[in-house]
Design a protein around this ligand. Structure first.
Ligand code: GDG
Length: 438
């Protein structure tokens, strides 16, 4: 039975003249399962290109999208309407009917490409908020086994109702046999939306809609546990070099895509408060904030970048040596080496579907993450220091607490945390979802 994955991003990166499966992301999590079953991956072709890429056990089909479609579907509907709404940022919500037309057209193009690749008896696995309509489109055109995984939060109905197409979105997802979320809270809110907006009936954990059963549940994603544990020894030397760049200072790290959901500005302000209240620490710690550029075509992100660079620059000048901002995409090894070098990670999103950084950090470092209670991961990771990223004073105090924690307590917390992170393995997540899909 071939498996057809539909996801906005293609699962490959260019290496020399050819392509390899990208490490660390969704692609790496799914590749073992796809290779076993044989399959295809439908994705947006960069630069508007179509065509195919052949890898072992996997064919990538690129959906060609014109610049106009990308503007409406991706920069518009997906990232200015759905993304802020799903993360409860109502004031950032923007909407245009033209964007919705592009979103629908692109979902149709993905569904058609998937059906052409899948053939008789294929199973389809749709990913994320870019493709909410694809499950119903696949089903209407004859697909019989369809799963969808929603990587971002699902909001309460009052917030969802702001979206003029809320009902169509829910009906799109109800085309699946299995709808997965990171947490049971998100799943429960989706059931409520399906009941109220699409007239679905809720029985047990499942929904009944147009004579079909749609299962809805929590499938918490994880990281590549074996790969990260194996990386530890490789990272030792580079981590040591990073520590040597900051002699006499204890290292804190933060790493995020540039996004207003990640709470980077709030984190920097809390750190500023920490240093202001505890001036003796300014010579003993350094906070390395690593921010990778993201969604630069979306106006809100350009504004955020300007504010972040201003605030970061001011901190670097005011506390020389105690704060460093790097605004660039780091290669994965370099990122992980920074994790390994740090004894505390500040993982403080204002809202996050799950958040993988806290888990990666736990596996490659000796330290503990401060983790936002508004990340899905907070429901699964014992041992972390839970924080409210909106509470500047509380976050500043938690930084102090994390630095002052007795080694025995840190060890005990890490033990609980590592046991949980190991259970949330990425490949096991993919296999578990596919098994539930049947
Ligand atoms: C979405 C949901 C959910 C970061 N900077 C660099 C870099 N990273 C890597 C991290 C991590 C990944 O990017 C980010 O994953 P997150 O889970 O933290 O966040 P999103 O990108 O928003 O992902 C999220 C996820 O989907 C999975 O379902 O957990 O809630 O929003 O792996 O390490 N990687 C490299 N250079 C960087 O500069 N190489």
């Amino acid at each position: 039975m071939p498996l057809v994955v539909l996801a906005n991003r293609e699962p490959v990166r260019r290496v020399g003249g050819g392509y390899q499966v990208a490490v660390g992301g969704l692609a790496a999590a799914l590749y073992p399962a796809i290779r076993r079953l044989g399959g295809a991956w439908i994705a947006w072709g960069p630069g508007g290109q179509g065509g195919r890429i052949e890898l072992e056990g996997l064919t990538v089909h690129r959906v060609p999208l014109s610049e106009r479609r990308v503007a409406g579907y991706y920069r518009g509907y997906a990232n200015q309407a759905l993304w802020p709404l799903m993360h409860l940022f109502l004031e950032r919500f923007r909407h245009r009917s033209g964007w919705w037309r592009d979103y629908r057209a692109v979902n149709r193009a993905f569904a058609e490409a998937a059906l052409a690749a899948g053939g008789e008896g294929a199973a389809y696995w749709v990913h994320d908020y870019h493709l909410a309509l694809a499950p119903a489109l696949l089903r209407e055109r004859g697909a019989r086994r369809v799963g969808v995984f929603w990587h971002v939060p699902w909001p309460p109905l009052e917030v969802l109702a702001v979206l003029p197409e809320a009902e169509a979105l829910v009906r799109g997802l109800l085309g699946a046999d299995l709808v997965g979320f990171h947490t049971e809270d998100y799943a429960e809110r989706f059931r409520e939306a399906a009941r109220r907006l699409a007239g679905a009936e809720v029985r047990g954990g499942a929904l009944f809609h147009r004579g079909r059963r749609v299962r809805v549940g929590a499938f918490p994603i994880g990281v590549d546990v074996a790969g990260l544990e194996a990386a530890r020894t490789r990272l030792v030397e580079r981590a040591r070099a990073i520590r040597a760049e900051h002699p006499g200072r204890r290292i804190l790290v933060g790493a995020d895509r540039l996004d207003y959901t990640k709470g980077i500005l709030e984190r920097l302000r809390a750190y500023r408060r920490f240093l202001t209240r505890r001036p003796e620490m300014a010579g003993r710690v350094v906070f390395l904030q690593l921010t990778s550029p993201s969604r630069e075509g979306v106006p809100a992100y350009r504004g955020l970048r300007a504010r972040l660079l201003r605030l970061a620059g001011a901190l670097e000048r005011r506390f020389p040596g105690a704060f460093v901002h790097r605004y660039q995409a780091l290669d994965r090894e370099e990122l992980l080496a920074h994790f390994a070098a740090a004894e505390l990670a500040l993982v403080t999103p204002l809202r996050d579907g799950m958040n993988l950084v806290a888990m990666e950090y736990a596996l490659v470092s000796q330290g503990l993450p401060l983790l936002s209670r508004f990340a899905g991961a907070a429901a699964y990771l014992p041992g972390v220091l839970l924080v409210n990223p909106y509470d500047e004073a509380g976050l500043a105090a938690a930084i102090g607490e994390g630095l002052a924690m007795p080694p025995a307590e840190r060890r005990a917390r890490r033990q609980a945390l590592l046991a949980a992170v190991r259970r949330l393995d990425a490949a096991a997540w993919a296999a578990g979802f596919l098994e539930a899909l049947g």
